[in-house]
Write a protein that binds this ligand. Sequence first.
Ligand code: ZN
Ligand code: ZN
Length: 449
Amino acid sequence: MKNGAARLAHLPGLTAVSAATALLCGAASAQTITTTQLQDLDQRASAVQAKMVAWRRDIHQHPELSGQEVRTAKLVAEHLRKLGMEVRTGIGGTGVVGLLKGGLPGDKVVALRADMDALPVKENTGLPFASAAIGRNFDKDTPVMHACGHDGHIAILMGVAEMLAGMRAQIPGTMKFIFQPAEEGRSEHPKHEEEPFGAKAMIAEGVLDNPKVDAIYGLHLAPGPATGSIGYRVGPMMAGADGFSIKVTGRQTHGSRPWDGVDPITASAQIINGLNTIVSRQLNITAVPTVVSIGAINGGNRENIIPDTVDMLGTLRTFDNKLREDAKKRITHTATTIADASGAKAEVKFSAVSYPPTENPAELSKTAVPVLQAATGGKAIQIPLVSGSEDFSDFQLKVPGFFFILGAPPKDRAPAPNHSPMFDFDEDAMPVGAKALAALALDRLAQPN
Ligand SMILES: [Zn+2]
Ligand SMILES: [Zn+2]
């Protein structure tokens, strides 16, 4: 999870089962998971709880930066092999994939995903298993910490793998356990700018194929809602982030004789004003917000020379893929046509590093939400939009995917937001997350369509 995750720390006004959920529960496609199966999962989650805590603490004490998850990947791969799974390593860098073939007939393939990377943050929790690790972040030594709860995500998914491997004979279909590197970004210079990392890199290397994944589920630990609860949204949930650059090219001239050249500074000012009308005048933002901001503008070096070029940098935040594509087109159109009107030229480039909005599709949510309710005893609650981003959304662009927040405010300290040097989570949430993921998977495998 990237930027803005702080909002999860104090989620106001959360109510119990919402009206929307009630509607979904009454929808035609009911969940297939039974009370007996849920009780079985409860026992299995309790049985692996101590192991999950031990794994989490070990991983927490040995955090690795994005794309460098070597020790972590080895730990995960060894665990999956011990469980008798077919294991693939080195997918999208250090990614690990475990394949569990169920003992019952079924042609569905369900994937569960955990992210493995830590952050260049100096831990200040005072925990007995706090990290003192030093890593290399873009060629510089830096303290490293699991400050986003990915240590918990790994431990939870290792736990689910053990639970479901123990139930192999009762599983109709195939399970894919995806341990993904580099969710938070890069920590090393890429060979070329377009080189993918994280979810995109795993997808490019076929993680969703062979066998083809029908649905994917994932979770994120956060300091809210309360432990035992799960936060979700149907439809848009977390922001998409797209950086962009605009290069405005005019023609240099003396500041006293603007008519002899083309002024890219005035054109840039007009472009910024034009960009500010995209959200305020052009997009329908009644359902979800959109943000367009210019954060850098550079051009010229003295008062009486009009320069040749101006460079601007900006960011687009969206909560809906259609709005995202529409806004991107409008940014390009606005900048190029305004520049054109003054005889200048604008080149708009969207960054190769981008995150689509995390959106839970209505169809998959119809069964996922009731399963989460059943798995938590009615403690799945709708949460406000989250302004942070998640590259789980890249999987969702390819296959139906459902993402949720696992509430885990720490017991003995004030909750700190994700990415804080003080970030910690309540380990009692881990069996809740494990049970929820296992229940979602078993339910999906048994669905008729
Ligand atoms: Zn994060
Ligand atoms: Zn995260």
